[in-house]
Design a protein. Structure first.
Length: 220
């Protein structure tokens, strides 16, 4: 799938305009977009990044990383997804950057999502739904998730079996066993649980364009 990811990332360059500050997401497909963006870095003013990982890649290519507060509204945000349904609604957060990704998507006029074909699904939920939570509320939120969704929340651990910590200092619960027929309603319901920082459903504000990697890439 690496070739499909590369082709999707390279195709997204067509949406970059001269003088832009580009919103940049996180993940393996986005890494290919960053590589492609480096070839035209002289044409852009810089980038706003959704993670420390992507910020490091951008700086390594000599692309200035700006704070969103300084950049203001963005014209373009390019990011990947863990799942994408036919309505361009997404599950994101496999890389634990969902909160910053959601903020940048909200600040952007156009959200271009780049995926490989395996990420396309008819109904969201096969990929466990990430929820970023305040650490002290982890158990409370997990209980509420069960009662609202019927799914099974699992505290995300790293390879050393320690709780994953986001760039914001929070924990991640991954909800297994879902079939999300109304993503907008589920996103709203989970956001109301005290202690939830962000939900990895990008349904209220989904993608505007989805590029599916292939030869040639498909634009949805």
């Amino acid at each position: 799938m690496s070739d499909a990811k590369r082709l999707a990332g390279e195709k997204a360059i067509e949406y970059v305009r001269d003088g832009m500050i580009v919103g940049v997401g996180t993940g393996s497909t986005v890494a290919y977009f960053i590589d492609a963006l480096a070839t035209i870095k002289h044409r852009i003013r810089g980038a706003v990044s959704s993670s420390e990982q992507s910020s490091g890649l951008l700086r390594a290519h000599g692309i200035e990383v700006l704070e969103l507060n300084d950049a203001g509204p963005l014209s373009l945000y390019v990011d990947g997804a863990d799942e994408c349904d036919p309505h361009k609604r997404l599950i994101k957060g496999g890389g634990a950057a969902l909160t910053r990704e959601k903020i940048i998507a909200e600040a952007s006029e156009q959200f271009v999502c780049i995926v490989d074909p395996a990420k396309q699904v008819d109904v969201l939920g096969r990929f466990p739904l990430p929820v970023e939570v305040i650490p002290m509320a982890r158990s409370l939120v997990a209980r509420r998730i069960v009662s609202i969704t019927g799914g099974q929340p699992v505290w995300r651990q790293d390879v050393d079996e320690r709780g994953v910590v986001t760039d914001n200092g929070n924990a991640i619960l991954d909800i297994h066993g879902l079939s999300i027929v109304d993503p907008v309603a589920m996103e709203a319901a989970l956001n109301q649980i005290p202690g939830v920082v962000s939900v990895g459903l990008f349904a209220r504000r989904g993608a505007d364009v989805v590029i599916v990697g292939g030869s040639p890439p498909r634009v949805l």
